[in-house]
Write a protein of this length. Structure first.
Length: 78
């Protein structure tokens, strides 16, 4: 955990954000009193898809197929 004053944090903000992305936590202080904490966001493990087939496989259909819904709506009109 890193403790830095507001002025110091402002000067090196990009560097500290990079460190947070690597898993570190940073405490921002004002007159040596903690006022903020920057912590990494816990990623929910999103999986990177490399092709369209993986995208199709990742989608879970719910309900009726669209083709059935369209046929039913057409039948209702006549």
């Amino acid at each position: 955990m890193i403790k830095k004053g507001i002025k110091e944090a402002r000067k090196h903000f990009s560097e500290y954000i990079n460190r947070v992305q690597e898993g570190e936590e940073i405490i921002i202080t004002k007159r040596d009193e903690p006022v903020a904490k920057i912590v990494p966001i816990q990623n929910k493990g999103r999986k990177k898809l490399t092709n369209h087939q993986q995208l199709r496989d990742a989608i879970k259909p719910i309900g009726k197929p669209l083709s059935e819904v369209v046929c039913e709506l057409r039948e209702e009109r006549f």
